[in-house]
Design a protein around this ligand. Sequence first.
Ligand SMILES: Nc1nc2c(c(=O)[nH]1)N[C@H]1C(S)=C(S)[C@@H](COP(=O)(O)OP(=O)(O)OC[C@H]3O[C@@H](n4cnc5c(=O)[nH]c(N)nc54)[C@H](O)[C@@H]3O)O[C@H]1N2
Ligand SMILES: Nc1nc2c(c(=O)[nH]1)N[C@H]1C(S)=C(S)[C@@H](COP(=O)(O)OP(=O)(O)OC[C@H]3O[C@@H](n4cnc5c(=O)[nH]c(N)nc54)[C@H](O)[C@@H]3O)O[C@H]1N2
Ligand code: SF4
Ligand SMILES: [Mo]
Length: 745
Amino acid sequence: MSVPHTSPPPTDTHCPYCALQCGMALCPAADGADGRPVLEVAERPGFPVNEGALCGKGRTAAELLAPGARLTRPLVRRAASGELEPAGWDEALDLVAGALARTRRTHGPDAVGVFGGGGLTNEKAYALGKFARVVLGTSQIDYNGRFCMSSAAAAGTRAFGVDRGLPFPLADVARTDCAVLVGSNLAETMPPALRRLSELRENGGTLIVVDPRRTRTAEQADLHLAPRPGTDLALALGLLHLVVAEDALDSGYIEARTTGWPEARSAAMAHWPELVERVTGVPVPELRRAAALFAGARHAMVLTARGTEQHAKGTDTVGAWINLCLATGRPGRPYSGFGTLTGQGNGQGGREHGQKADQLPGGRRLDDPAARAHVARVWDVDPASLPGPGRSAYELLDELGRGVRTLLLAGSNPVVSAPRAAHVEQRLRSLDFLAVCDVVLSESAHLADVVLPVAQWAEETGTTTNLEGRVLLRRKAVDPPPGVRTDLQVLAGLAERLGGRRGFPTDPEEVFDELRRASAGGPADYSGIGYRRIAEEDGVFWPCPERPAADTPHPGTPRLFRERFATPDGRARFVPVTHRPAAEEPDARHPLLLTTGRVLSQYQSGAQTRRVGALNAAAPGPFVELHPRLARELGVRDGDALAVVSRRGRAVAPARVTRAIRPDTVFMPFHWGGEGRANSVTNPALDPDSRMPEFKVCAVRVERAERDSAGGGAPGTAEAGTPGTGRSEGPAGTAGTNGATAHAR
Ligand SMILES: Nc1nc2c(c(=O)[nH]1)N[C@H]1C(S)=C(S)[C@@H](COP(=O)(O)OP(=O)(O)OC[C@H]3O[C@@H](n4cnc5c(=O)[nH]c(N)nc54)[C@H](O)[C@@H]3O)O[C@H]1N2
Ligand SMILES: Nc1nc2c(c(=O)[nH]1)N[C@H]1C(S)=C(S)[C@@H](COP(=O)(O)OP(=O)(O)OC[C@H]3O[C@@H](n4cnc5c(=O)[nH]c(N)nc54)[C@H](O)[C@@H]3O)O[C@H]1N2
Ligand code: SF4
Ligand SMILES: [Mo]
């Protein structure tokens, strides 16, 4: 009897990229050159968040699993050549451990730093934080979520006592009567979520979009407000002023569920409509219409994203939007409230389990004695041995080569994505030793002394927590190529060399079980969530405490704040905030504003998506969006090379003339290095509470320029370096395309 040939079943898993964490299935489609199956991405219609829909990034995600597209061997910089050359794992790990130990010994534990990422799974983020505190004993750990979520996190914690991006499932958006989407270009940054906005409008609801640009998202709106970048704080306060003036408050709610209204009210009352029009450029009738639509809706919500948050006053700005929601009685009510759209794949979980400078697992504070005692017990160390809070991401990068002399970087590419990037690049070069764990040879990995090639999403199991606070299981579908290790194996290997393998298991489920215990009793309590349960339930919303004595497990918490807020008195806190200008306002030399953001087909620093052919073809390089009126004044035509110049540096890219932007503002996407690197220009001014840099506004001038031969797609540096050289030889050159990585393998 012949056995019918059956292909192995597809593996249900999740996309490696954004915080929507779309469900997808991976099917073995053919045998690969290295003996591993080639995987194809297929729909997984049963997963509720995206119901089968995927954007182009998700659909092409499996391309990066091919050995030709990524690193497959450790690289060590050889003194003789100055180049990164292939090496064995033992040698590479010995070198990294040796450098960490040497720096620690010579300069003290705080001279070693760790920089993580919001794309790392919960297990990795947890292990990285533990490794820094327990093995290295350093306070100097932070991560790229500081560039992403920190202002919303700080404001949410201040007002509600907890930091969960959406306090309700995304599907609730379709059921509200009025949604205000502030500084989010969802149509390009989370395309499958757009259907919730369409459903909202089909159900008769109103969509208001606040964005200085008429984006694809703004085109869906019933009302589009286009404020001058950096003035959302005035805008939100102006709307609250109108709500008070029109007597559209929910006094019963304010009385029963909040504190601090009188102070917040008087702060808002200073922002009368005519003043707000002058500051923001949004006409008074539009302000009135927005306030009336929002206050008059039975159910209403405000959703913020990076446009309103990535400012040196981002925390107060988010606070002002929250005040508007509280004054109209929204949070905790059905299909209503305040939420923020978290960005990275594990942007939510990655900010809960201890890779943040001031944090212990479970969303606990590092300076809280009870939290230290609890986590120290789980880690089997003396609470007094745990270091205190360290520097925030930009401050840590700025300190490299000075107080911090050896860095372990995993899950971020700051040479492209950090503000004032040329300076950050120079700080990275000035380190005694840089170790980078990455999947590809990113611009930052190019500067390393040792590069450790790690496994990616589909090659290892792990959990992520999506933008709704839903903890998900990303299942392994294929073995990593030989020569590649997981981040957990790297940390275990380093821990062993530094005197204690104990406490660094390499099995993700074992790590997760420890994370559950460490998080128990904290704001982000995962203790009742196990791998098996996540798989059975399509995800579990935290908090989900373990209930050993109860008959049934805790159901998880899809909706927060129905009864009480997570503050000591159970009430939400109004915070009085007032408008202030951007850290850098235009002047005679820099008369325009630059704002930055994303395009559909590239992801973040582009380290991954620039290596995928179809995505690169769709979005081959940077550009400068400007209004026809400004283009006329400058004598610029579409496609002309423009230099965007700030006090920190310049970026060169072709002009894209469009009526979709304000005439006083230009826009650049930040996905590329080289001469088109937007972050050569951006301002590292930090929010005093969240330490978020001001990515979304700085003063610039725009002039005609000759473009380098490098072109937009080639990710070298603004100063244009020699391709392929390392840190000792001056600026890093190209590292972007598959070809550029070839010499290193
Ligand atoms: N295609 C793609 N998708 C992504 C990502 C990606 O890199 N590429 N990254 C993921 C991550 S980590 C994140 S954080 C999210 C980000 O998702 P979004 O926040 O949607 O993305 P951005 O393009 O950074 O910013 C959104 C909008 O803010 C506007 N904006 C600029 N300045 C201001 C301002 O002062 N006020 C207001 N109200 N708006 C302003 C910009 O014009 C832009 O359209 O996307 C996630 N999804
Ligand atoms: N001007 C400007 N700058 C910005 C922003 C903006 O709006 N404007 N947005 C900011 C925001 S919101 C963000 S989130 C940051 C993001 O910017 P980055 O922090 O640079 O994020 P990525 O490009 O996603 O970098 C992730 C790196 O980790 C690698 N990687 C992927 N998976 C793994 C893994 O499992 N393990 C390890 N070790 N490595 C892995 C990838 O290959 C990649 O090199 O950029 C910020 N920079
Ligand atoms: S929307 Fe985000 S999670 Fe969904 S497929 Fe696209 S990148 Fe992946
Ligand atoms: Mo982000």
